[in-house]
Design a protein around this ligand. Structure first.
Ligand code: A3P
Length: 288
């Protein structure tokens, strides 16, 4: 595992896609006020939301084409902000607006200019038990991450910050400090799963993008788990099968022991019990 991961400011990252040079370069990244950022811890559904956001941005662009020149991000840059080489931020200055990016980082590790410019951030959160379940299967399916002999081993690492991008509970607790900012909208995996039409509508409104009923239906259909899984070979190559695993709520019930349930319930209470994000996650509904 030492060969696969490195530590930066006390948090682990995969060596194959992240580097200290890139993190240092990121500090001086200049945001634009019309950038759109999706913030979500790994396995919260970031690929799902990326599909929704890029579709919405494309719809909006088609309506407001004003001949602005520039290049399309998708062709040029992997949208995960902290992933890639240190020169990517220079290249990103050539992308046309609005630029779309995704990040797994905590707010304190994001460049200051994002908050200074009040960049719109869609914060995606998922119930911690399903998230850990998804993370476990993902770690075992992806060669750039350590694999685990048992779920118990993974659970221990997950609860003690020994997974990439650090502790999910710290992540939630830190983002909770930003949950009331007007440029931050929070959405949960579970609410989007339960009512994608309303979810997509709210996201569009937050971004100031007007969509017709027909467009809305199309975005919802294209971002359904079934559609994304079907297209995954084309969109994500071999990674597709690992990424679009189950797409369900409550799969954690197949893995957690009583003791693990208790440990997680305690950690949840300790870090985010009673907070805005804690309440939004409806822990009582999805994790009990
Ligand atoms: P599971 O492993 O529980 O199936 P990320 O994109 O952040 O890596 O998150 C991956 C998780 O989101 C996986 O969860 C994946 O199946 C789920 N997911 C991906 N696309 C989805 C969709 N369109 N609808 C619902 N869940 C989706």
């Amino acid at each position: 595992r030492d060969e696969l991961l490195f530590s930066y400011n006390g948090t682990l990252y995969p060596v194959t896609i992240c580097s200290p040079e890139t993190f240092r370069a990121l500090e001086s990244f200049e945001s634009r006020s019309d950038d759109v950022i999706l913030a979500g811890y790994p396995k919260s559904g970031t690929n799902w939301l990326s599909q929704i956001l890029t579709d919405l941005i494309n719809i909006s662009e088609k309506k407001t084409q004003d001949g602005e020149s520039g290049v399309n991000d998708e062709e040029l840059e992997f949208p995960y902000l902290e992933v890639g080489d240190a020169k990517k931020y220079e290249r990103m200055t050539k992308l046309r607006s609005p630029r779309f990016m995704v990040t797994h980082l905590c707010p304190e590790n994001l460049p200051k200019s994002i908050f200074k410019n009040k960049v719109k951030i869609l914060l995606l959160i998922r119930n911690p038990k399903d998230l850990a379940t998804s993370f476990y299967h993902f770690s075992n399916g992806l060669s750039i991450l350590p694999s685990y002999e048992t779920w118990d081993d993974f659970f221990t690492d997950f609860m003690t910050k020994k997974v990439v991008w650090g502790s999910y509970f710290e992540y939630l607790s830190k983002w909770n400090n930003y949950a009331d900012e007007e440029n931050v909208m929070t959405i949960t995996y579970e609410e989007l799963k339960e009512n994608p039409v309303v979810g997509v509508k709210n996201i569009a409104a937050f971004l100031g993008i007007s969509v017709t009923e027909e467009e809305l239906q199309l975005v919802v259909e294209r971002s359904s788990f079934q559609s994304m899984k079907k297209n995954s070979q084309k969109t994500h190559g071999a990674l597709g099968n690992v990424l679009f695993r189950k797409g369900a709520v409550s799969d954690w019930k197949n893995l957690f022991s009583e003791d693990q349930n208790e440990k997680m319930d305690k950690a949840f209470e300790e870090y985010v019990g009673g907070t805005k994000l804690g309440k939004k996650l409806k822990y009582e509904v999805y994790c009990k």
